[in-house]
Design a protein around this ligand. Structure first.
Ligand code: ATP
Ligand code: MG
Ligand code: FE
Length: 357
């Protein structure tokens, strides 16, 4: 089966072609166009995102088909992200995907963006297949899942406030770094001294048990506030003092966030006796996170799989891959396919004790 994927949920216009069956799927082409305009505003401006998708989606798709050496009639389906994301941005991809599928006479598949992030790593690592524990850490989501099989997801934990990527971006802003700030924090933290700022690890306590509502959940807004106060203290001693402190603040923040994510992921892998841990989402680009995950899990017999940066951040390869899975299950859409800002992942059972996702 050969599937074209289209992704326009946020500020990347992307198209890709994948080909294969079941867990034997190869990436044939991938084009990602990142919108630059948002940098001027320190965050994604929805209206500008929609407009930029409108001008790029046609050439991006054409280029992905050309790179794969196929035409629309060689496709078995067109998969398009229809949720979650910015509705205006999603609608550009959904409308174009519908038109293309209709014109070519091939099935249309609505793909869930977070299921896409879950499938990304499998395109690069043949063993990143279920059963596994998954941690999806992106700009808008922090999801800890147990994946018994593709399409069979238990939500164990999530963030109670800021997503992991959002926390990186907000702290980057506090430290005067450009948007999106995750990779800038990572770079700055490399020269920071560990424990010079030791921030509390949110929702991690020694005596927690799975019966506790926050056993798997995370929360990062308190950590962000703690960094803010530390920035203010440094600032009070002058601009030079703050400048000298920035790497240490970045390091303290990143270490606290990583240790929290690693502890929660470890708990999930142990509880379900999983031997594989799959990371996904833009924050999975973070080398310190991946290294810490390996240090904690590999001595206990679990293998940690992380995608390379182009498949960790938003891309259409993961959408084509998730779409291929849904196509094989016969889950195609018709021209009434709609876009949604939020939508639970298909096949997801919410097992969080708080009962809200
Ligand atoms: P969602 O998938 O929840 O809709 P999104 O699509 O905007 O959100 P992604 O593209 O998956 O998110 O990831 C973007 C996020 O990843 C940003 O918050 C960015 O700061 C973060 N990020 C990218 N590289 C790194 C890094 N090296 N370290 C930490 N965070 C990073
Ligand atoms: Mg983006
Ligand atoms: Fe994403």
């Amino acid at each position: 089966l050969r599937v074209l994927g289209i992704e326009t949920s946020c500020d990347e216009t992307s198209a890709a072609v994948v080909e294969g069956h079941r867990d034997d799927v190869a990436l044939r082409s991938l084009v990602i166009l990142s919108q630059d305009v948002h940098r001027l505003f320190g965050g994604v401006v929805p209206e500008l995102a929609s407009r930029a998708h409108l001008t790029s989606v046609v050439p991006v798709v054409r280029r992905a088909l050309d790179d794969a050496g196929v035409g629309v009639r060689d496709l078995d389906a067109v998969a398009v992200t229809h949720a979650p994301g910015l509705v205006g941005a999603l609608l550009v991809g959904v409308s174009y995907g519908k038109a293309l599928a209709h014109a070519a006479g091939v099935p249309l598949v609505g793909a869930h963006h977070m299921e896409g992030h879950l499938f990304a790593t499998a395109l690069e690592h043949a063993d990143a297949t279920p059963p596994f524990t998954a941690l999806l850490v992106s700009g808008g989501h922090t999801l800890l899942l147990d994946v018994a099989a593709w399409g069979d997801y238990r939500l164990l934990g999530a963030t109670r406030d800021d997503a992991a990527g959002e926390a990186f971006d907000k702290v980057a802003k506090l430290l005067g770094l450009p948007y999106p700030g995750g990779r800038h924090i990572e770079r700055l933290a490399r020269t920071g001294t560990p424990d010079r700022h030791r921030f509390a690890r949110p929702m991690v306590r020694a005596n927690q048990t799975p019966a506790d509502a926050d056993y798997y959940d995370v929360s990062f807004s308190g950590l962000k506030t703690a960094v803010l106060h530390a920035v203010r203290r440094a600032e009070a001693e002058g601009a030079d003092a703050l400048d000298a402190e920035r790497p240490h603040l970045a390091r303290g923040f990143q270490d606290a966030l990583i240790e929290t994510l690693v502890e929660k992921t470890y708990r999930a892998a142990r509880a379900f006796d999983r031997r594989r841990v799959v990371l996904g989402g833009g924050v999975a680009c973070n080398g310190a996170l991946v290294a810490a995950m390996r240090r904690r899990l590999e001595p206990r017999g679990a293998t940690v799989f992380a995608p390379t940066p182009r498949l960790a951040t938003d891309n259409a390869a993961m959408i084509a891959r998730a779409g291929l899975f849904r196509l094989e299950r016969g889950e195609t859409a018709d021209l009434s396919l709609n876009a949604y800002a939020t939508l639970p992942m298909p096949g997801l059972v919410d097992e969080r004790r708080t009962g809200r996702a």
